[in-house]
Design a protein around this ligand. Structure first.
Ligand code: WTA
Length: 570
């Protein structure tokens, strides 16, 4: 496996039923030339294998910021990631330590990401949209030893609260004279460009991806090396990668699709990826599809709805979009109207995929080789067993709504929740199932249909937002006595954040106070957490034990009957 390099897969999923009954993950390991006895390094497999084979001079990433383009070939990526691994080592970083990337999707993000993993350290991608309090929470929890960031983001890193942090590496800057930080360029200039990564076991952690749930704090989902076969197989079966593909995953790398399908799957297949680091703008997005001749496009339903709202009716002709051949989405329900629009707009249907940060890779998807049922998430990938279960973990019959569960033990499955064993075990409390927290049913053809969440997690434009994180921040504002936060269905964003607050009597409600409270949340957590609306109420619905009943708030908001409020009051 050392000298051959990896070729792009061409085998599609021609016969789903056959693959579903015969495929074993070990087959993928063999196909990829992985030796589980020796172990491997996923970054070496994704980058160096390509660089050492026929893809040496092929573009791995084409970065576009709206003005200019920067490219990195597989060979360049190999050398730069080696350098970064060497640079980290020279800075005293040891394997197993956590290195946070508090950076937009610049070339340096991708180099650092893969370099950290080559060293055997654990990468922690953090969105530059996080403000101080949100950021501090994750840097503390992960006990990150170093952060790679930009000069303009340094102010958010409150070093006094981060005893584990030893190093700041600043992209686009010289090292600071006082030694507060080191510059990315100078440390890279001193590093050698060959590096030998130590092979590691399947279960060796490579990344902590923070995500929200129904708790007060985001949790660090641990991804492990074993995910490699899953990223590879789903790249082949679901994304349908071919040698000549130009692929655009629109998700930022601080959200899991931007990693599993923004880094791993395309690299493992040796395709060229477009990375766009600018803001959303419909005309700009269409320009990217045309200019870079994108063929495979992985995005979100919200992004497509935003394009749909923008018009024109026929972007394909208007912008000369000729090369696109496959469109997929993730993160939230894909409403059939979007598929109908896409058929007119691009002459292509949209293929929904379902998965979670915790599952690491796609679990359920619509495949090009199977009939597409608009509104359905599709069918499980070969190697994945999905079912609908009741509260005791018993499998439910066809068409019954229950919790979506996956038989535990697929390659990309999380290896743990960082420093929270109990939280981790909770997902597996009904063996043999991993419990997703999603409600769904399965139809007679084996297609799954999403029905909602069992908890109060909010999905805005696919982003997963924990209501308690926002409630706690609202409670820190002097005017707020208590707060309840829900997601309100929205035709464009999927959901928007709505907050109910009880004010302290000395604070009269006013538009100014509303703006101030929203600004308070924005400046401490970040704009994605800001409630669209804040409604003042006299009291919040609580159970007799004092637990906030968000589903009552939601029913009130939607004008629905408040059913089953047993244990509640008022
Ligand atoms: C939701 C995103 C409906 C679901 C990769 C899941 C979806 C949560 C779909 C995970 C889909 C994801 N249809 N809902 N195709 N895909 N979800 O971790 O509720 O940010 O549990 O991962 O998104 O969100 P996460």
């Amino acid at each position: 496996m050392n000298s051959k390099g990896r070729k792009t897969a061409t085998a599609n999923l021609d016969d789903y039923d056959k693959a579903y009954s015969t495929f074993r993950w070990a087959d993928a390991e063999r196909e990829m030339g992985l030796d589980p006895q020796v172990g491997w390094n996923i970054a070496v497999e994704a980058v160096d294998r390509q660089a050492e084979g026929p893809h040496r001079g092929k573009v791995a990433f084409r970065f576009f910021d709206g003005l200019s383009t920067v490219t990195l070939t597989y060979h360049q990526l190999k050398l730069l990631t080696n350098r970064f691994a060497n640079a980290l080592r020279a800075l005293g970083v040891a394997p197993g330590e956590r290195i946070a990337l508090f950076l937009p999707p610049l070339p340096e993000f991708y180099v650092a990401f893969l370099g950290v993993i080559k060293l055997g350290a654990i990468v922690v991608p953090l969105s530059p949209a996080f403000m101080n309090d949100a950021l501090t929470e994750m840097l503390r929890d992960s006990e990150a030893a170093a952060v790679v960031t930009l000069r303009e983001l340094l102010g958010r890193i409150e070093r006094g609260k981060l005893p584990a942090m030893r190093r700041l590496i600043v992209v686009g800057s010289e090292s600071s004279p006082a030694g507060t930080w080191v510059g990315y360029d100078p440390v890279m200039a001193e590093a050698a460009d060959d590096f030998t990564a130590a092979p590691a076991a399947r279960e060796a952690p490579i990344m902590l991806m923070y995500t929200s749930g129904s708790t007060a704090k985001p949790k660090g989902v641990i991804h492990v090396q074993d995910g490699i076969t899953h990223y590879y197989q789903s790249g082949k079966w679901v994304l349908d990668f071919r040698e000549q593909d130009v692929y655009w995953c629109t998700s930022e790398p601080s959200w899991v699709p931007g990693i599993s399908y923004g880094i791993w799957a395309p690299l493992l297949h040796g395709v060229t990826s477009i990375i766009y680091s600018g803001e959303f703008a419909a005309a700009r997005w269409y320009e990217i599809l045309t200019r870079f001749k994108v063929t495979v496009w992985y995005t979100t339903p919200t992004a497509l709805r935003r394009l749909m709202n923008f018009g024109p009716e026929n972007p394909q002709a208007r912008y000369g979009i000729k090369d696109l051949r496959h469109i997929l989405t993730v993160g939230e329900p894909l409403n059939p109207a979007v598929i109908r629009w896409s058929e007119k707009a691009f002459g292509l249907r949209v293929y929904d995929t379902w998965w979670m940060t915790e599952t690491g890779g796609q679990m359920i998807a619509n495949f090009r080789t199977l009939p597409l049922k608009p509104g359905s998430m599709g069918r499980p990938l070969p190697g994945i067993q999905a079912s609908i279960v009741d509260e005791e973990g018993r499998e439910l019959p066809t068409l019954a709504v229950g919790q979506l569960a996956i038989r535990a033990g697929w390659p990309a499955m999380m290896g743990g929740i960082w420093k929270d064993e109990e939280k981790y075990r909770d997902y597996f409390r009904m063996p043999p199932w991993y419990l997703t927290g999603d409600l769904a049913y399965k139809d007679a053809d084996g297609y799954f249909w999403f029905q909602g969440r069992v908890d109060d997690v909010i999905k805005k434009a696919g982003e997963r937002i924990g209501p308690i994180e926002i409630e706690n921040k609202l409670n820190e504002h002097p005017a707020v006595l208590e707060a309840g936060v829900i997601g309100r269905p929205d035709p464009l964003w999927g959901e928007v954040i709505k907050a109910f607050v009880v004010l302290r009597p000395e604070y009269p409600w006013s538009p100014e106070l509303q703006a101030e409270i929203r600004g308070f949340v924005e400046s401490r957590l970040g704009s994605r957490f800001v409630p669209r609306d804040i409604e003042v109420c006299a009291k919040l619905p609580r159970t007799t034990s004092g637990k906030l009943m968000r589903r009552v708030l939601k029913a009130m908001e939607l004008g629905l009957p408040v059913s089953d409020v047993s244990g509640g009051e008022d």
